[in-house]
Design a protein around this ligand. Sequence first.
Ligand code: ZN
Length: 373
Amino acid sequence: MIDVNNIQKYPDHTEQIERLEQKDGVDKILPQHIGGEKEGRFCTAFLVLQQSSAKIFSLLEEEGEYEFKPLYNFSLENEYHSYGEIWNRDIIFQWEDREVIDVMQKKMKAYVRRFTLGEKYTLEQIDRLVEEGEWTDDREDPPECKCKNQPKNEEQLNQLDLTIISCAKCNSPYRLSIGGTSQTLYRTSFELDWIEGDWGKGCKPIERDCLRFYEVESDGETTTADATLHGLTRESQIEYPNFGYYRGDHQKGLLIGNPEIGSEGEIVGYLLWNQPGQVDRPCLQQVYVRPKYRDEEYGGRLLNMWHEEVVEESRYFAIDVSESGMDFLRNHNHVTEDRDCPAIPAELWGSWDTEGVDVSKTAAADVMRRQGY
Ligand SMILES: [Zn+2]
């Protein structure tokens, strides 16, 4: 496993990778690395794009010696978009290539995890895991902790000033605490009064169609809206294991609330998006409506509100869309046959910095497949 505090002991691949990109025929390289300019970059794997071919190279270690080996070849049917420079790059692949991208990503992740999580798979094991769907996107039961007398986990987030207390067995959140102040019941965090109240910091609602929307963007101070959004993404992840948590960094959210529900009004769902530094359009990541409020058109109103009032661009990338997500976008005319439509379904890959908390089973590539409506 990589010792992130001691990365000088690993080989520096900066020059080697940069030289490789200069070679004839090489269009783009997408490295997965740790470290930076100062301490040197240690690469665990990289993707080489040459016209319509994509090759995965991974570092293999033998008795303390590291060597890059070409492992897999894929071929792409469609053009891709590339943004940024090699060490901070985003590649956006077209949705039509999603099956091949999906396999590529799983294989690449398996290699990166050899270093970041200490999981050592053989080539054959990785092939089998990918084929057998070890990392499937199967949906699980909606969250509702019914575990009796299970111990509780307490977790302090890095990027948000938020403590979460959750069930140690099923991960359902119970309580939230902002900035170490008194705890609030997780259920309370859905109440519109709580989000707008002065416990922590208020959040100005946008009224539309008798609904309330709250834009959430972490600017350093953790607000009640940040806490609600984080809690909800945590809940959605229990249902959809590949959904990532909202962590406040580089992500923005839009909460949708209905003042007519319950005594205080309630949050019914959220939409999550970001715009990586170099990419010229917003990237829609997740749309989620809480299970008990589905089939009431909240998802569609959330999507339209976001597209019409929140983002400036008329077209956006819809990232990692599932089949049901495509149906949702088509039903709302965000994807149409003639392609003169708001959504551009796509798969986004970045040069990961493999350091830190984001390297986990759930967040390795910020993959958010499947949407819950
Ligand atoms: Zn539980």
